[in-house]
Structures are given as C-alpha cells and as structure tokens.
Design a binder for this molecule. Structure first.
Ligand SMILES: C[S@@+](CC[C@H](N)C(=O)[O-])C[C@H]1O[C@@H](n2cnc3c(N)ncnc32)[C@H](O)[C@@H]1O
Length: 218
C-alpha cells in the first residue's frame, strides 16, 4: 500500500475497478510476478479518465517498462492516437515491443530506446498529453522539455509525486531516498510556483500531479 491514503480507502477504490481487457490483465499479472513497477491500479483509473477527457491525438510517455500504461492509454484514446514512449532499459524495451506487437498496438505505440533527457532534447513536434513516469529524481530536468513539447491545451501528468508519502512527511523518509525526496519536493514547489501552469496534486496511487497551461488572458 502507498502510505498516502488509508489502506481501507485504497482497497475499497481498487475493488470498484473492474477491468476486463485481457492484455491489461495479463500485463498486471506479469508485472506482479516479475516485480516490475507499473502504475498503481487506482492511479491508472485516473490516468484513463484524464486521457478520455483530453482526447489527445499525440501522447508522449516517459518510462515504458513492459508497456502497460502505454497500452492502457491506447485502449481509451482510440486507434487514431499515436503514442511515443521512452525507455532506457534494453531489456524492458524488448519486452514492451513484444507486448505491443502481441496485443495488436504496433501501429499506434512507438517505443524509443534511450535516456529520457537525451531523447527529449531531440524530440520535435507537439504532444497533447505527456505522462511522466521515469526517473523520479529528474522530473525537474524533464519538465522544461515537456513544456516546450506540449500543445497549448495539453496536459502533463506526473506520477509518483508523493513517493510512498515521503514527500509529505519527514517521518516517512528512508535515508537512501533522501535525494529523490529533495528533488521531488523541488519539482512540486517549482510546479506550484509556475505562472504558466496550473497544477493539482492528487493523493491517488503514489501521488499524481496534473498540470495544464493557464489561459494567456487569465
Ligand atoms: C515506473 S516504471 C514505468 C511504468 C510504466 N509507465 C507503467 O505504468 O506501465 C519506470 C521506467 O522508467 C525507466 N527509466 C527510469 N529512468 C529513466 C530515464 N532517465 N530514461 C528512460 N527511462 C528511464 C525504468 O527503466 C523503468 O522501466
């Protein structure tokens, strides 16, 4: 459990989520059996809601792992939506590409192998929806690129921003996580003070920040 909301609340919300997509169910099982971190169930439900609301034509994801969240976003965004997802682990890239092909998403999801920062620097064109779920210590470095690559009405969703509750309470901080905690706090402070974006931090899953660009004439 996440130490972010009470277990009974989390369990109750999880119990409400009925998923019948075979690909997603199989990938959830694989992730659990192989200790691959994928987005938490109730956070994935929120991600799906946000994608449905945004109706993006182009999605950029940072952190592919086995391809679970890419496939999840693709199922609800629809056939026309193109997803680019970035992963630095060659092993994960191989597994994700196999899964994407096996479940019939190869025409909609493109996996780029490499470090997010390097790939972000090389990307051009605009995205309507950006899901940040890689390298928690580097969100501050990724954000300027995400801002540059985001369409006027786009959304940036950052996962793990409350990181097992540690970001909100010094009492929960494990010593070896101090750097991540400091950097994530800086990220949330930067987002909250950013005059160009409006950000809401939601205590769902491991904590999700939803950022949208403010209107020019606000
Ligand atoms: C939490 S997992 C992604 C889970 C996936 N979004 C999902 O919910 O199905 C994070 C992934 O990001 C990758 N990663 C971490 N830092 C990265 C970086 N700087 N550049 C590219 N990939 C990175 C890791 O190898 C890992 O597979």
């Amino acid at each position: 459990m996440s130490a972010i909301v009470h277990d009974y609340v989390e369990n109750y919300i999880r119990g409400l989520i009925k998923r019948d997509d075979q690909a997603l169910l199989e990938l959830e099982e694989y992730a659990l059996a192989n200790h691959v971190p994928i987005i938490q169930k109730e956070a994935s439900q929120l991600l799906e809601t946000l994608v449905r609301m945004a109706r993006p034509a182009r999605i950029l994801e940072l952190g592919t792992a086995i391809g679970y969240s890419s496939i999840l976003m693709s199922t609800c965004a629809g056939r026309q939506t193109k997803i680019t997802t970035v992963e630095r682990s060659p092993e994960m890239v191989g597994i994700a590409r196999d899964n994407i092909k096996k479940y019939g998403y190869a025409d909609r999801i493109d996996v780029l192998e490499g470090d997010c920062l390097e790939i972000l620097e090389s990307l051009e064109g605009k995205y309507d929806f950006i899901f940040m779920d890689a390298g928690k210590s580097h969100y501050n470095d990724f954000f300027p690129h995400c801002s540059r690559l985001l369409n006027e009405n786009g959304v940036i969703v950052s996962d793990n921003v409350l990181f097992r509750g540690m970001i909100a309470s010094d009492e929960l901080v494990e010593k070896r996580m101090t750097t991540i905690v400091k950097k994530m706090r800086k990220y949330l402070e930067m987002l909250s003070a950013n005059e160009e974006f409006h950000t809401s931090v939601v205590p769902v899953g491991d904590g999700i920040a939803i950022s949208t660009r403010r209107n020019r004439n606000e």
